[in-house]
Write a protein that binds this ligand. Sequence first.
Ligand code: HEC
Ligand code: HEC
Ligand code: HEC
Ligand code: HEC
Ligand code: HEC
Length: 366
Amino acid sequence: MRLLLSLMSLFIIQVSATDISTCKSCHPVIYNEFQNSIHKKSTIKEDKVHNAIWQKHPAKPKGNYKCAKCHTPESKEANAKQGITCISCHTITSIEKHPKANKNIYEKKDKTLYSAQKGMEDKKVVYEEKSSWFGLVKETVGSPYHDIDYSNENFYTGKMCMGCHSHKQNGKGFDVCRTNVVGSQNKEVNCISCHMPKVNGSATTIRESKQHAFHGFAGVHTAPTMLSKHILIDYKKVASGFEITIENQAPHNLLTHPLRVVELKTTLKRDGKSEELKSHKFVKTIGTNNKPSMPWLATEVVKDTMIKASEKRVVSFEKELKSGDKIEVTLGYYIVNPKVAPKLGLENEKKLSSFTPLKNAYFTVK
Ligand code: HEC
Ligand code: HEC
Ligand code: HEC
Ligand code: HEC
Ligand code: HEC
């Protein structure tokens, strides 16, 4: 008992420092996934794209790191060591709506964390040790380190993501980005169900569970193929050639950040030869006076061919097909638009400025 108490006081000392390594001891699987996520790497130091934009930002010379609100919520400094932490999410009580950007309202009570668990929707769990068989068998309830409040609805609908992910306006009152969610904020399908799907491995070392919510946050940087099942690709032969249909089942634009480019690559295989057909690109470019610009100067959408929420986009190919032809389709993306990469000094960052495949499909012409 004395050992347990001293262990607990050790934990208590570490609590206030919101150091995520504390969580590692009891949530190692989740902690390790999180290490590779862009949420963890959302800082100037670790995200090269974020850094490149910040270096050019007019607020930089004034040292006014406004990005902190979402990129490094635990610190206001541009040289913050930690990006988004476990605490930045698990202590969100509610979201306050504002025109410029929403705001996360955080729990002030120390060591009260919010989470979601089926069947626990109205429960708050405080740590308890129960013994039966005259103390021979011990069972624990909850966490010895923190209380858990399962009653926050925002953790069941994905609304807790929307303090940072809803929208952001620049100084000119123009939406630099807006996730514009269409539906899918219910308990069955939401940001969490798609981006944090259940994967194998225990959520804690103290109480074994078969699965846990993926904390690598599937997206363009990490584990994109975990999301490919939400994109359907189909093929149809028509009089003038054929059509490829891309169905985006996400409740938001297929990609949301204005630096991204989506590309559809199509290859025709006939008689042992391959012919690359016209590639199609999809973007949403912001700028001013009909020209692309840096986000803080933008006043309008210059071009928008991005595949929208729940849209079925039909792409036509004027190419006569023969029986036995094979069509190979790859849908993928560039994290940084290759046209913009040199302006940001990112042209040699292969992972960022080259094509990443997201979904393949193969069709044989009857
Ligand atoms: C001493 C061990 C310990 C430490 C340290 C610890 N936790 Fe936990 N945590 C647990 C246990 C045990 C549970 C499971 C409780 C249950 O299943 O009833 C849990 C549950 C949780 C849950 C809710 C899981 C659910 O059921 O949905 C969250 C969220 C969580 N912890 C986050 C954290 C974060 C963030 C940290 C670091 C700040 C942390 N924990 C540190 C032991 C710990
Ligand atoms: C309101 C919250 C919020 C604020 C404030 C904010 N961002 Fe972001 N930022 C996000 C979110 C959310 C994403 C991921 C969105 C996406 O991928 O569509 C993101 C992504 C980015 C990306 C893309 C990074 C990549 O990995 O490709 C860049 C660049 C960026 N932000 C720059 C900035 C800069 C510079 C600032 C401050 C001047 C800033 N952001 C302020 C929420 C914010
Ligand atoms: C039906 C599944 C689904 C739901 C629900 C969903 N998404 Fe997505 N999301 C996707 C897919 C598919 C992609 C594109 C593939 C990729 O990013 O690798 C994506 C991409 C993203 C990206 C990366 C965009 C970029 O340009 O970098 C962000 C950020 C994102 N989603 C946030 C959210 C948020 C926030 C919610 C809740 C409002 C949400 N998603 C709901 C499927 C979903
Ligand atoms: C971007 C927000 C976010 C961050 C950052 C985050 N979590 Fe979570 N976490 C969630 C959400 C949302 C859930 C609920 C998932 C669900 O509905 O199954 C969750 C669930 C959990 C659970 C319960 C998992 C399960 O499936 O039973 C634990 C434990 C947990 N988180 C610990 C952590 C730890 C430890 C960290 C830091 C290493 C962390 N979280 C970082 C959003 C976050
Ligand atoms: C505290 C603010 C914050 C919260 C809360 C938050 N995010 Fe993010 N998220 C960001 C920022 C900032 C980025 C971009 C980081 C970067 O690229 O530097 C991001 C990036 C992402 C990405 C892109 C991943 C990739 O590989 O490109 C996805 C997906 C995502 N978030 C999903 C979620 C989901 C789902 C939730 C809710 C469970 C959530 N986020 C909650 C701030 C937040």
